[in-house]
Design a protein. Sequence first.
Length: 271
Amino acid sequence: MRNAILLSFLILFTSPSRAQTAGLMISEVHAEEEWVELVNAGTEAIDTGAYFLCQFPTYASIQGLNMVAGNRLLAPGEYLAVSFSALAPASGEVGLYVPGTSDFGDADSMIDYMEYGSGNHTREPLAVSNGFWESGAFVTTPASGQSMARASFNVFGPDNWEAAEPSPGAPNGIVTSVDDNGALPSGVTISPVYPNPVRDAASFDVHLARTEQMRITLHDILGREVSKIYSGSISADESFRVDMKGLAGGMYWIRVEGETFSRVLPLVRLN
């Protein structure tokens, strides 16, 4: 299991801004492999197709890009990774724009941004005016094979990004590989969490064709373990309850680990 991304103290920008803290956001960038991961950090489903990515001077709608992992229709807490060949391996920028954008120089149309390798890219001033970024600041380009992963969806700026092992289509910091959210082996079925979003408690079902040792844990948005839901053996059909009382509103993930599979389930707690 890859190490969770470590954060010290993250400071929100205090200048006037239109920075969003929910909705569609940039989650991970792998410049070397030319893909960008987005996350639905809100509480309602998002059709991502008409949103735009920018690496000046290239602008591309999500629906026109090849999917690396996930689906274009994102439920709360779900991820989508898309191929974006405009990315430069050593230095570049990624802007996220609202659906139907026609003027990419309009700050009101940009909803998220990051830059790496060097500062002062073309669209940086828009991000600075919106409170997404600091002038001249940038994320250090990681070593070959690594991606740049966002640690929190409530914080903006380069200090909120770290070099990481790639996890396209899955939460940053708590999964070992894309296989954790790939196809389940034959005989294993895991239901979505319901209800989702939730206020007090949610449930999900696991069906196994044979007995397996399992560990089920709840993690917060930073990948930190919040609680242990279950540890032991199960067989046949089991239902698990997730108690969310007393937890802050926001995104969480349930990690389900068996002997032959691993799965991460998104869960949003309402305030």
